[in-house]
Design a protein around this ligand. Structure first.
Ligand code: GAL
Ligand code: CA
Length: 339
């Protein structure tokens, strides 16, 4: 144990590890201190950054419960290879549990091998590995949300709006002309959200016509570009913009603002996430609604699970689906909910 204490104290000093609570007192490391290595796919993702902030907050709160927690963060800049190296670094640095937001959700094998060799459990989050990979080892977990639910809720928001405002069908042809802004191809939250949102509209008897779609990788600037192209193709025909996340909905709004569209000529915009900027846009009624991606709940679940895996305490209080999954529910956000 001595060796490990020195190792962790040295690590904290040399790598600028973020220490919380009692862990910050040198020489106070105990066997059951929780050293969390957090690896995430990209530093420029709005929702992930907010989730990371919640995780920091959560670990601060955890210390109040008398648990020693240290966290270290590594953003991979969109490279799985970089992330594999970072995970190795985190393990070498003495982390005893990992939280991993994969770059490529289909390529976790190297990380799983590293973790297993060193017996460090892994909590994957937000980017869900495929089921077979989750079965590679019994100390693999996933914390996230059900993609399908967010899509269905976005569709329900659209149904409610269309039913309550006949003006949304601007050309009065009895159909809603829509476009989609999609997240990264291959991400569980992209294709499933789109499918469920559109299915929900159809299931509720709304006639829809898809005009176009653009892949914007969760990114506001890319969404603006995609939207500018779609507007130049379809001009005033677009009545509804379904975006797989808030940043892309905001990028779409940016495009219309850039073209100086008057308010009455704008389509309805719907996002997902409920980021600070997203909620602000709903409050200002620029965005008709969004679906809240419960980052606080996800961070709490991750911290609880991390602590339980390291200390061996509290595992019985954690409700796992299929012994390794935790899914936090989404919720619908409209301007009246925010009032
Ligand atoms: C989604 C979220 C997106 C983006 C993505 C990254 O759940 O809605 O905004 O953050 O995760 O994996
Ligand atoms: Ca129409």
């Amino acid at each position: 144990m001595e060796v490990k204490k020195i190792l962790v104290a040295g690590l904290a000093a040399s790598l600028g590890i973020q220490l919380f609570g009692a862990c910050a007192r040198e020489g106070s490391y105990e066997e059951e201190s929780v050293y969390v290595g957090v690896a995430y796919y990209d530093q420029s993702d709005t929702f992930i950054n907010a989730l990371i902030d919640c995780l920091k907050e959560e670990s601060r709160e955890y210390e109040d419960k008398g648990c020693e927690v240290a966290m270290q963060f590594r953003g991979a800049g969109g490279s799985q290879r970089t992330q594999n190296d970072q995970v190795k670094e985190l393990i070498d640095a003495g982390c005893n549990v990992l939280c991993v937001n994969l770059v490529d959700r289909a390529d976790p094998s190297e990380i799983i091998d590293l973790a297993r060799e060193n017996d460090v459990p892994v909590i994957f989050f937000n980017r869900e590995p495929v089921a077979e990979d989750m079965m590679q080892w019994d100390r693999l977990y996933y914390v996230g949300a059900l993609a399908g639910q967010s899509g269905t809720m976005q569709g329900e928001l659209a149904v409610e709006l269309i039913r309550s405002d006949a003006g949304i069908d601007r050309n009065r042809d009895g159909k809603i002309q829509y476009v989609v802004l999609e997240g990264e191809p291959g991400h569980q939250d992209a294709i499933i959200r789109t499918e469920n949102a559109v299915d929900t509209l159809k299931r509720n008897g709304i006639e829809v016509e898809k005009l176009s779609y653009g892949i914007a990788n969760w990114n506001r600037a890319q969404a603006q570009n995609q939207m500018l192209q779609m507007i130049s193709q379809h001009q005033n025909q677009i009545e509804l913009v379904l975006a797989n996340n808030d940043d892309m909905a905001l990028g779409a709004i940016d495009a219309y603002e850039k073209l100086n569209y008057t308010e009455s000529a704008l389509p309805v915009f719907l996002g997902i996430d409920g980021t600070d900027v997203g909620l602000e846009a709903v409050r200002e009624e620029k965005m008709a609604g969004t679906v809240y991606n419960d980052k606080e709940g996800q961070a709490k679940a991750m911290m609880e699970l991390a602590a339980a895996l390291v200390t061996g305490e509290g595992m019985d209080k954690i409700e796992l689906e299929k012994e390794r999954y935790i899914f936090l529910p989404y919720s619908k956000i409209t301007p009246d909910v925010l009032d």
